[in-house]
Design a protein around this ligand. Structure first.
Ligand SMILES: O=C(O)C(=O)C[C@]1(C(=O)O)C=C[C@@H](O)C=C1
Length: 92
């Protein structure tokens, strides 16, 4: 039978922070993987458009992407989407 109270077995602040940071690092790894996947898919679209005589950039589509992120995440979502677009198609 355990003789420790719940207080005694509760995690220390340090342990709680360390465990949460491990989860954050794992989430960040997944986000980075998704960004790399997005970049590869975006390259297919851009190459296909260029090969068929179009331009690398589609500003109307970028407006849709920016709007999608802003609706989901608010104003900072727009900045995030702009950074994502720059990662996927380079600077314009
Ligand atoms: O959807 C497209 O048309 C793409 O080329 C992809 C993408 C994107 O990464 O979201 C990249 C460049 C374009 O300017 C617009 C959007």
């Amino acid at each position: 039978m355990s003789t420790t109270t719940p207080e005694e077995t509760a995690a220390t602040p340090e342990a709680t922070i360390a465990a949460a940071r491990e989860r954050i690092d794992a989430i960040d790894d997944r986000i980075i993987g998704l960004i790399q996947e997005r970049t590869a898919v975006s390259a297919v679209v851009q190459q296909t458009r260029i090969s068929s005589g179009g331009r690398r950039v589609s500003l109307s589509r970028e407006m849709e992407v920016l709007g999608h992120y802003r609706e989901a995440l608010g104003k900072p979502g727009t900045s995030l989407a702009m950074t994502l677009l720059e990662l996927c198609r380079g600077r314009i």
